[in-house]
Design a binder for this molecule. Structure first.
Ligand code: CMC
Length: 424
């Protein structure tokens, strides 16, 4: 959609409006017109693509997937339905959902040889290191779904990635604790199956707890997609060169691992445990505010949300529900609640509009379910795979799509003669 123009010097540029949210200025001709690039490290003012998947209003704390609020989806939907919605644009009918769930279920097994690939990793390898390697290796196993120009192959690759991610994440966990891998059980739900492959053992039956299953499914929904974040942009950039989908998702996993992104859930729980007791909270708040201390409150702040992250609201509620249903508690949750309260009253956090994000409470609940902290980001990757895949598919079919190739402001030496080694 276009709506007028914006002038820059003697030139005018098309102003484009989306369905909601800020307008953008189409500067594609800027360099040709003016000989200048724009400078925007971190893409703070740059829209890299058009997308109809996810909308975030960071000031109001709103997150919509295909127009539906994250709160409603988390309460009323399930991860398979949200996956269908992200991939196809509409909520499925009962028959469509059944067909989609059956298709995903039928792709949950991994090539048997992949199990040997795991054995190349040290037992103490971080699950994210394993995920990067194994997911990238899928392209060596599924040659019949790597042609990105064939829509049918793109669909199969998408289904394979969504279906196999729980199996691979569970295998990464099993490998780290020295237990045998469990094959998927197709009689279970997507989430129930993942819980069984992770916590079950071949020696005895595993009964899926419906409370944990529902909580886990909700956690997956909360992580399913999040607009053009760092890992999604990485997937799109990798995909823009025509790389195969398995390689692109492996690139997304690598990016997600960082503590400023998906790695924050692990870092947040470690921080809460380090604080340990409410009395120590002021000390950590003071450190977070100290310009000379690199420490940040993990699970706090967001590039887009300048209000409460709506995913954190659902996450906090889910922790309360699960603790009440399981009749358990965790002092770390009390530390988290009090830390949030104190930080939100503090001028530093108010002025900078720093609020809890999705990662602030997720570690508390994942730990209660039984996951070690090292698995937290792997679970984020599992759930985000559907978002990555949906964004990758959207990019491939976008007529404006080009290889991603940012420019730079060069500050190095200008041309100079080479100096031979014996003359330096
Ligand atoms: N604790 C203390 N100060 C902070 C924090 C924090 N968690 N986050 C930002 N600030 C300060 C920062 O020091 C800076 O201050 P100043 O303007 O005086 O230099 C200001 O707030 C703006 O920070 P920024 O780093 O320029 O903002 P950004 O948009 O580039 O970074 C962020 C966003 C999420 C990387 C950052 O808030 C952060 O590091 N948070 C902690 C890590 C975290 O929880 N990450 C998960 C993000 S949500 C899940 C996901 O998307 O993966």
């Amino acid at each position: 959609m276009t709506d007028g123009t914006v002038s820059f010097g003697d030139h005018r540029y098309k102003r484009m409006s989306g369905s909601v949210g800020p307008d953008v200025v189409d500067i594609r001709k800027l360099y040709a017109d003016t000989g200048m690039f724009t400078y925007d490290p971190g893409f703070t003012s740059t829209a890299s693509c058009q997308s109809a998947l996810t909308y975030i209003d960071g000031d109001e704390g709103v997150l919509l997937h295909r127009g539906y609020t994250i709160g409603e989806l988390a309460e009323q939907s399930n991860f398979m339905e949200v996956s269908y919605l992200l991939l196809n644009g509409e909520l499925p009918s009962a028959a469509e959902l059944n067909r989609f769930t059956t298709t995903i279920t039928r792709h949950t097994m991994v090539n048997e040889q992949l199990a040997q690939f795991f054995r190349g990793f040290r037992r103490d390898a971080h699950p994210m290191a394993i995920m990067c390697g194994v997911v990238g290796a899928l392209s060596a196993f599924y040659h019949d779904s790597t042609d990105i120009h064939d829509p049918a192959q793109r669909v199969i690759a998408s289904h394979r990635l969504i279906a196999k991610m729980p199996t691979i994440a569970a295998m990464a966990y099993k490998y780290s604790v020295g237990q045998p891998f469990l094959y998927p059980d197709n009689s279970l739900s997507y989430t129930g199956n993942f819980l069984r492959m992770t916590f079950g053992v071949p020696a005895e039956p595993y009964v899926v707890d419906p409370i944990i299953e529902r909580a886990m499914d909700r956690i997956f929904i909360l992580h399913a997609d999040h607009e053009q974040n760092a890992s999604t942009s990485t997937v799109r950039l990798a995909g823009s060169s025509g790389a195969n989908p398995f390689a692109c998702i492996a690139a997304g996993i690598a990016c997600l691992w960082g503590p400023a992104h998906g790695g924050a859930n692990e870092a947040a729980l470690n921080m809460l445990r380090e604080i340990g007791h409410p009395e120590r909270i002021p000390e950590f708040i003071a450190r977070a505010k100290d310009k000379n201390d690199p420490f940040r409150l993990m699970g706090f702040g967001h590039r887009v949300y300048k209000n409460y992250d709506p995913r954190a609201t659902v996450m906090q509620k889910t922790v309360r529900e699960v603790f009440a249903a399981m009749k358990v508690s965790d002092p770390v949750f009390d530390v988290a609640i009090q830390l949030e309260e104190l930080a939100l009253k503090d001028d530093y956090f108010a002025e900078k509009k720093l609020f809890p994000n999705v990662d602030f409470y997720s570690g508390v609940i994942l730990s209660a379910i039984g996951f070690p902290t090292s698995m937290f980001t792997a679970l984020f990757a599992l759930a985000r795979t559907v978002g990555w895949v949906a964004q990758w598919n959207e990019m491939i079919t976008d007529p404006d799509q080009k290889i991603g190739r940012p420019r730079q402001l060069y500050t190095g030496p200008t041309a100079r003669p080479y100096v031979a080694l014996d003359q330096r």
